[in-house]
Design a protein around this ligand. Structure first.
Ligand SMILES: [Ca+2]
Ligand SMILES: [Ca+2]
Length: 84
């Protein structure tokens, strides 16, 4: 019985990580790993540069977590949505 709970639990944890991002960032998180990668952000913001992404990626792990997305928005570094 307990074995059947593991996949559900794992899914719940993964979903929780994804939902930790706010809605706009979560929409960018196409593989639902809870982080926005350069490629994921680039697909919505074609004019994104490596330099801008690096400035957003404050811990330099190559991914934007919720705190980095929030910080980027707060400081105005987050690329504006080309779709308005
Ligand atoms: Ca992702
Ligand atoms: Ca990061």
């Amino acid at each position: 019985m307990s074995h059947a709970l593991f996949p559900a639990l794992a899914l719940a944890i993964l979903a929780g990580a994804a939902f930790a991002l706010d809605n706009a960032a979560a929409a960018l998180d196409r593989n639902a790993d809870g982080y926005v990668s350069f490629g994921e952000l680039l697909s919505d913001h074609p004019d994104l540069t490596v330099e801008t992404f690096a400035a957003l990626d404050t811990d330099q792990d190559g991914l934007l977590g919720e705190d980095e997305v929030t910080a980027a928005r707060t400081t105005g570094l987050w690329p504006s949505d080309p779709r308005g």
